[in-house]
Design a protein around this ligand. Structure first.
Ligand code: S5P
Length: 461
């Protein structure tokens, strides 16, 4: 079938629609492409499969794999038509059993072509490529029906993939204009939208995995536990309870408890600290189902951090689900903490980059801290950082310096909004202190942060 005819047929069945559509990112788009409708038109599905098939050379790969769900029917069509074995990427990784992300019969080092219906930023295809790589497969080529011309094709090529698309939004708009299906004004609006909404490679790199995907690769039991809580309570909020007395902290914990997944403490800042305080805090954490994160930022030589972690005065190793560590002393301090045998019940969070305006954590330091975190992936659940994600896919990014009302505190702290943190920097967990505990009603404020944070996380997927 001629390409022009194919475009007109796709337009007729409503796969290409014009109007005002709100995209997942919140942006208004003058057009919408929905290939999921194609399964209701088997003849047309077959035609699209045939046209895509003309763009591939099956001697160059062993399998094809469609990006779920919309491209599954396309890959099946091509697979049947050309007798090419198929693989299926699970949308949600299995929680139990093999934890396998790719279904099908394959061996390490075999190659796979990835198929999608639409390229926007390139992120979805990259995620499938990552999942294939994790299973030992190789991927060099990608194919899509449609390119929205928003930079995705270039992003994927910049990452070294050979990418082809059957047609672009410009070709589609040109055909529909020539055939009188849209007018010149709409044609201009489409092209203006494309040039104003390019997705740069930096945004693609900041894009992080879904919580389910992180959980499927998480190693430490507390990371798995935390992600379970986040999903079940629908909150990625860590409240930093930096109040000065135990009494105030217990009150705060009870108020914000229903809205948080984690409570962060600085117990050495608390007046009137008594051992019984921790017992009460633990019971509040059980009641509201959140975990405890002591932000002690251990940073000395191995023999000292071991003592600080296990000493009687705060007994941190006995109650904290997570602790922060600096790696300024090198990876040996992490090995020392591990040798206490207390890290099965407590995960480490490495401070890789700080939020202060004059921080000394430059790129060189941050990269080394991320590398050390990866090297210790059995005990490190994630990193604290602003602009960098952990290397290991099962580790989380925790980001402090979040406030929806102010930009800084005149003491060096600088703030971002949750939207910036989740959508531009790929944050997984936001840490909010004064934004919540200084509010008149911390419980209500925490609920507001919870709602904004969850929405922002969903916007990045
Ligand atoms: O870089 C950092 C790392 C941390 S852990 N910047 C930070 O602000 N923090 C902590 O996050 C800090 O110790 C404080 O407990 C919290 C931020 O509090 P806020 O009141 O500024 O939201």
């Amino acid at each position: 079938m001629e390409k022009r005819k194919l475009i007109l047929n796709l337009f007729e069945i409503g796969i290409i629609q014009f109007g005002s559509f709100t995209l997942k990112s919140g942006i208004q788009s003058p057009f919408y492409i929905d290939f999921r409708r194609l399964v209701s038109y088997p003849n047309l599905l077959k035609q699209v499969g045939l046209e895509l098939g003309k763009l591939i050379d099956k001697s160059q790969f062993d399998f094809i794999c469609g990006v779920p769900y919309a491209a599954l029917s396309l890959s099946t069509t091509i697979s049947l038509e050309q007798n090419i074995p198929m693989l299926i990427k699970r949308k949600e990784a299995k929680k139990y059993g093999t934890k396998k992300q790719i279904e099908g019969v394959f061996e390490a080092n075999q190659t796979c072509l990835i198929i999608d219906d639409t390229i926007t930023s390139g992120i979805s295809m990259l995620e499938v490529a990552d999942a294939l790589k994790t299973e030992g497969l190789k991927c060099y080529q990608m194919l899509s029906v449609f390119d929205r011309m928003q930079g995705g094709l270039e992003n994927l090529r910049a990452k070294g993939f050979e990418v082809k698309a059957l047609f672009s939004i410009k070709q589609l708009a040109d055909v529909l204009l020539e055939e009188g299906k849209i007018d010149q004004q709409l044609h201009n609006k489409i092209l203006d939208f494309i040039s104003a909404n390019q997705v740069p490679i930096e945004k693609v790199e900041a894009k992080s995995l879904s919580y389910a995907e992180i959980q499927s690769q998480a190693i430490h039991p507390n990371a798995v536990k935390l992600l379970d809580i986040m999903e079940s309570k629908q909150t990625n909020l860590c409240c930093s309870g930096d109040v000065s007395s135990c009494e105030d902290l217990l009150r705060l914990a009870d108020e914000v408890g229903p809205h948080i997944s984690l409570l962060k403490t600085h117990v050495d800042n608390l007046e009137q600290y008594e051992d019984s305080f921790i017992e009460t805090l633990k019971s509040i954490s059980k009641k509201h189902n959140f975990l405890l994160f002591e932000d002690r930022k251990f940073c000395d030589i191995g023999s000292i951090v071991m003592g600080q972690f296990t000493s009687d005065s705060y007994n941190i190793s006995e109650w904290a689900d997570f602790i922060t560590v600096h790696v300024v002393a090198g990876s040996s301090s992490l090995s020392a903490l591990k040798s206490t045998n207390k890290l099965n019940s407590c995960g480490l969070i490495v401070v890789a980059e700080m939020s202060t305006v004059d921080t000394l954590t430059d790129l060189n330091y941050t990269n080394k801290a991320i590398q050390i975190s990866q090297d210790h992936k059995d005990i490190v659940v994630g990193i604290v950082a602003q602009n960098h994600r952990p290397k290991h896919k099962g580790q989380l990014l925790f980001t402090p310096g979040i406030n929806i009302d102010i930009k800084g505190d005149n003491l060096g702290q600088s703030y971002n909004t949750p939207q910036v943190a989740f959508n531009q920097k790929g944050t997984d967990v936001m840490i909010v202190g004064r934004g919540i505990y200084k509010a008149e009603k911390p419980g209500i404020k925490a609920e507001e942060y919870k709602r904004i944070g969850w929405k922002a996380y969903n916007g990045r997927l």
